[in-house]
Design a protein around this ligand. Structure first.
Ligand code: NAP
Length: 295
């Protein structure tokens, strides 16, 4: 054995970083691009509008971007970051331009219907969901480190290849995310509780305030609103397109969580109506203990 091969066998050679493709350069796609370029990945972007491609380049979210799907031909791992209702058509448009070994993953907020639609179109598909965001949208809202310390869930099915899952998880790890795996159906039930139900509760809260009879009191309430209202109204006053798509695509799980929420709220109302303060206190204390387990 020559010296050079001996030294090569002692020094582990790290695999080259895959070329990343990002389709849909909005909040999530743009934020992924910013992080991945900073971590040394080559990032190619595809978006619908020229202006978005230009801004993604100016902001440093991509090395190169285009509205022409052929730009994805050299990507090894592609993140689909378009809205839920165009993910399937996005894959159909991309397919003729991709190599068979290219791994596709999505970032959609609902998993079961997406897996059912895309897995038959592209065998090398790994469904995923980074659990991070904010109330803005579009390339201007993209930010660095959006995914750091946040959960990143992958929802493989029986036929998903371990090698493809490993590629997606390696990138999620590079983003600083905490990795989780579960089935698409488990994901959709879990996010109904902690993401989709909160959006509907929060939007209902904002709308309920409109029922105030006095314009003067309604206006006063707006002026007095502070941190409590900011926290509880944030997700209900965010991206309406995303909220609507969550409800459309996760309708069954959302409906079940809304029914359970309605029953819980009825219990709180009954306690207040009956002046059953011990009951209300028990509920509030239980919530005080439960909340840290979610956050
Ligand atoms: P966004 O900021 O609105 O970005 C979506 C991007 O997709 C837009 O910039 C747009 O590009 C492109 N796009 C829209 N319609 C398209 C179409 N018909 N064909 C091709 N491209 C199209 O939305 P986002 O918040 O990043 O959400 C993107 C995905 O992330 C969704 O699937 C969502 O479920 C998921 N997600 C969102 C969050 C969140 O909190 N926001 C969190 C986790 C996952 P142009 O500007 O070029 O038109």
């Amino acid at each position: 054995m020559s010296d050079s091969s001996a030294s090569a066998s002692r020094t582990p050679v790290s695999a080259p970083k895959p070329t990343i493709g990002i389709v849909g350069l909005g909040l999530i796609g743009g934020s992924l691009g910013l992080d991945l370029r900073q971590r040394g990945y080559r990032v190619l972007g595809l978006s619908r509008r020229d202006r978005t491609c230009e801004r993604a380049q100016e902001r440093g979210a991509v090395d190169q971007a285009s509205t022409d799907p052929s730009i994805m031909a050299t990507a090894d791992l592609i993140f689909l970051c378009t809205p839920l209702d165009v993910l399937e058509s996005t894959v159909k448009t991309l397919r003729p331009h991709l190599r068979d070994e290219t791994v596709l993953t999505d970032v959609g907020s609902v998993k079961q219907p997406i897996v059912e639609a895309i897995a038959p179109l592209w065998p090398n598909f790994v469904a995923g969901h980074p659990m991070a965001g904010n109330s803005d949208q579009g390339i201007e809202a993209a930010q660095l480190d959006l995914f750091a310390d946040r959960p990143y869930v992958v929802t493989p099915i029986a036929q998903t290849s371990e090698a493809a899952i490993a590629q997606v998880e390696a990138v999620a790890k590079a983003l600083g995310s905490k990795l989780y795996r579960c089935t698409p159906a488990e994901h959709d039930r879990a996010v109904a509780w902690i993401s989709h139900l909160p959006v509907m509760v929060s939007t209902s809260l904002i709308q309920a305030c409109r029922r105030e009879q006095s314009d003067a009191v309604y206006e006063l309430a707006q002026q007095l609103a502070s941190s409590g209202f900011r926290d509880t109204s944030r997700v209900g006053g965010g991206n309406s397109e995303l909220g609507l798509l969550m409800a459309r695509y996760n309708r069954q799980a959302l409906l079940q969580s809304l029914k359970d929420y309605q029953a819980t709220l009825a219990g709180v109302m009954a306690a207040v109506e009956a002046e059953d303060w011990p009951q209300l206190q028990a509920t509030l204390e239980q919530s005080n203990g439960d909340r840290p387990r979610f956050l």
